[in-house]
Design a protein around this ligand. Structure first.
Ligand code: PLP
Length: 385
């Protein structure tokens, strides 16, 4: 007995990894199209991040935010410049980044209500669990925080009908990740932005999964020309070093003054070194251009290979965040794919989610497409028996 059984774990251990390839404790190799759930966006052990952390290791690991941390400022500049925002606050996870966003929005507006959407995922702390629009995340924990309201996702009318002057913020994922790799419609997002302006509410975009280049732009909201007041980031931000961040517009700074919010570890020199090296690699036009090229290449292959396979309902996604919706339980496919040598992850019961490193090669994409085709065709044939 050692760990609380909060995860259903696959019965194998990944002992080492390099780039897209990981190796288990029996020496079997896999293409890792999970990337620690959109964390290892530069693949496993990227040398540029490794070197930055090693260099920082030789100087100082941790100092309190009571002191100047120049490398944290550099990381913040990379983040805010790419997002078109002004200030960043560093913490240690996606949930904490969303907590910071919720606290800031409430303090700044002096209002309490946060609107989010059904099937969203925002984290597992009390506020972010209350924000999350999935009962399975909330079950058994008693009363949730009362000031969260969930509207149906992609329901523009529901947004237009909002008429409530107690709304502090609307928080949305532009591609729902855990909720099934479901993209928001542009008109829906536009309605949210307009409604925020009308109600004097802040627009918070949860980029925890979609940020750090995952969808082919630094942040996914940039596909839609939105101008969020606040964004949150984590997962891919530190290439596996645990770190989260919230970024926002300049006028919000007076509400996050000294003593109002904090984090012991947030943005310490080691994590900031990881963020700086990660973002300076990803937030580069050529790098992101290649992500988009790989995405088009892979999506085309998947659509051609899979969309006429019985049992496959849809292939969808943005950048290298891809969902394959199937008619049966997706977990069966995930197991079969693992046996074949491809790691994939669920996004709800019926979606196989693929999150390869952004550095994945065309050859690896070909291999994955081939494994997906043979496995999904065979699997749906087996299921029909
Ligand atoms: C994973 C995720 C979170 C929570 O991040 P943690 O680091 O696990 O707290 C929040 N929002 C979205 C969209 C996520 O995908």
């Amino acid at each position: 007995m050692s760990l609380f059984p909060t995860y259903n774990r696959f019965p194998f251990t990944i002992e080492s990894g390099e780039g897209t390839v990981v190796r288990d404790d029996h020496g079997k190799e896999y293409l890792d199209f999970v990337s620690g759930i959109a964390v290892c966006n530069l693949g496993h052990r990227p040398s540029v991040v490794k070197k930055a952390i090693q260099d920082q290791m030789e100087r100082v690991w941790h100092v309190s935010n009571l002191y100047q941390i120049p490398i944290q400022k550099e990381a913040a500049q990379l983040l805010t410049e790419a997002a078109g925002l002004d200030y960043a606050f560093f913490c240690n996870s996606g949930a904490e980044a969303n907590e910071a966003a919720i606290k800031l929005a409430r303090k700044h507006t002096g209002k309490d209500k946060i609107i989010t959407f059904q099937q969203s995922f925002h984290g597992r702390t009390f506020a972010t669990m209350s924000a999350t629009g999935q009962e399975k995340v909330q079950e058994g924990f008693g009363a949730l925080l009362p000031t969260f309201e969930h509207l149906p996702f992609n329901d523009t009318d529901a947004v237009l009908e909002l008429n409530d002057d107690s709304v502090a913020a609307i928080m949305v994922e532009v591609v729902q990740g855990e909720g099934g790799v479901v993209e928001a419609e542009e008109s829906f997002l536009q309605a949210i932005e307009n409604k925020c302006a009308e109600l004097g509410a802040l627009l918070i975009i949860d980029e925890v999964q979609t940020g750090a280049g995952r969808t082919g732009t630094p942040f996914a909201f940039q596909h839609y020309g939105l101008s969020p007041d606040i964004i949150t980031s984590a997962k891919g931000l530190g290439s596996g070093f645990p770190v989260g961040a919230m970024a926002g517009k300049a006028y919000l700074s007076e509400s996050f003054s000294a003593g109002s919010h904090g984090s012991t570890f947030g943005g310490n020199p080691l994590s900031s070194a990881a963020v700086k090296a990660t973002l300076s690699t990803i937030f580069n036009d050529q790098f992101l251009h290649e992500v988009n090229e790989k995405s088009s290449y892979f999506m085309k292959q998947l659509k051609e290979n899979l969309e006429n396979v019985q049992g496959v309902a849809e292939v969808r996604g943005k950048g290298l965040m891809i969902g394959i919706e199937v008619d049966e339980q997706a977990i069966d496919y995930v197991h079969k794919l693992r046996e074949k040598g491809l790691l994939a992850v669920l996004a709800g019961p019926k979606v196989v989610r693929l999150l390869p490193p952004l550095t994945v090669s065309y050859e690896e994409l070909d291999q994955a497409a081939e494994m997906l085709q043979t496995t999904l065709s065979k699997q749906s044939a087996n299921l029909k028996l």
